[in-house]
Design a protein. Structure first.
Length: 95
């Protein structure tokens, strides 16, 4: 199976990035526009969670996520999601 076919199958079976944003916005009780907004001045956990869900749960490529969220460097997606994953793991250990 070609890589393109695998991507198409995943996107058909899994939720779209728009759906992920909608679900995360509901969970965080924020507007969807906030998730799409870029900001260096503060951490947007809802935005980072949407990126993490797209990466971990829906297998979107970092380049796809970066393009969708308007991030210039896909490596930034990796750094943000790793940081959030580590924070979530630390929190779960405290429970």
């Amino acid at each position: 199976m070609r890589d393109e076919d695998e991507i198409s199958d995943r996107k058909i079976l899994g939720p779209s990035l728009e759906k992920i944003i909608s679900e995360v916005a509901d969970a965080f009780n924020v507007d969807k526009l906030l998730i799409m907004k870029t900001s260096r001045s503060s951490t947007n956990y809802a935005r980072t969670m949407a990126m993490l869900m797209a990466k971990k749960e829906c297998s979107y490529k970092l380049t796809e996520i970066a393009e969708f969220f308007g991030v210039n460097r896909y490596e930034a997606i990796s750094n943000l999601t790793i940081s959030l994953s580590n924070k979530l793991i630390a929190i779960s250990r405290c429970s």
